[in-house]
Write a protein that binds this ligand. Structure first.
Ligand code: CAA
Length: 260
């Protein structure tokens, strides 16, 4: 597939996906959502890739939401399909084998915040802004925002953001646990790459199973989550990486994990 709205770059075993519609502040139209879905499917199948970074192009926006121009004339049936298209992408990112880091380099509004919330880790630049403006447009957050935001920050804070449409800055997002870290704009991508490299240096199967236990566990009660954890813990003991990693620790040396 030839991409017109996204770029995919590779650095060692890291992939960097950049949403590239800066003139529309990287708003998500259907074509962009489809390209992202295709790109993430390709990365999921690429065993050489150990971590993914998602960011936006241009100086001021990660993603300013779903594309309002495209959305405005939709019928209720088309709107349901559009919401489902968004859900499919968000769920694909959330269940991607590899961890995904959102490098939020500006506005993360509406579908942009929903996209960031589908990622495992959110890093923000000091100029980042977060919000769910949908009810101010007569619609509601349709790419998972009503579901993921309460899970991430609690229903009180989520309700305030979703119902008032207030836009918060990176500091406030950090205080409520919506972002992990804040960096000056020019350092953001480098810091995201460093974090992705750190993750890539760990045992890939253990990393992927840890991600899956976290994501699955969020929708399970504690005992069911622990049952899943015991299963994936056991699985790591069938890998060469477990043997080599533990042996290297005991021998006071290191090992290059092969993902086997
Ligand atoms: N969809 C389509 N185009 C958008 C857009 C969006 N979500 N956000 C910005 N743009 C376009 C603007 O129309 C403008 O285009 P033109 O130059 O052709 O006029 C261009 O991007 C630059 O935007 P502004 O001139 O508005 O830039 P600004 O710096 O003055 O304001 C902003 C920035 C505050 C982010 C403002 O653009 C804005 O409020 N954008 C909309 C944010 C929003 O409401 N997002 C939610 C969308 S609905 C949604 O996401 C639903 C869902 O959950 C599925």
């Amino acid at each position: 597939m030839t991409y017109e709205n996204i770029l995919i770059d590779y650095q060692d075993q890291i992939a960097i996906i950049t949403i590239n519609r800066p003139k529309a502040l990287n708003a998500l139209n259907s074509a962009t959502i489809q390209e992202l879905t295709h790109g993430f499917h390709e990365l999921a199948a690429d065993s050489n890739i150990r971590a993914v970074i998602l960011t936006g192009s241009g100086e001021k926006s990660f993603v300013a939401g779903a594309d309002i121009a495209e959305m405005s004339e939709k019928s209720p049936i088309e709107a349901r399909h559009f919401s489902q298209l968004g859900h499919k992408l968000m769920n694909l990112i959330e269940t991607l084998p590899q961890p995904v880091i959102a490098a939020v380099n500006g506005f993360a509004l509406g579908g942009g915040l929903e996209l960031a919330m589908a990622c495992d880790i959110r890093l923000a630049s000091t100029n980042a802004k977060f919000g769910q403006p949908e009810v101010g447009l007569g619609i509601l957050a349709g790419f998972g925002g009503t579901q993921r935001l309460p899970r991430l920050v609690g229903s009180g804070r989520a309700s305030e953001l979703l119902l008032t449409t207030d836009i918060i800055n990176a500091e406030e997002a950090f205080r409520m646990g919506l972002v992990n870290r804040i960096y000056p704009k020019e350092e953001l991508l480098g810091q995201a790459i460093d974090m992705a490299k750190k993750i890539s240096s760990k045992a890939p199967i253990a990393v992927q199973l840890t991600k899956s236990a976290i994501v699955k566990g969020e929708n399970l009660d504690l005992l069911s989550g622990q049952a899943y954890e015991a299963e994936v813990f056991a699985q790591t003991f069938s890998t060469e990486d477990q043997k080599n990693g533990c042996k290297a620790f005991l021998a006071k040396t290191t090992t290059d994990y092969q993902g086997r």
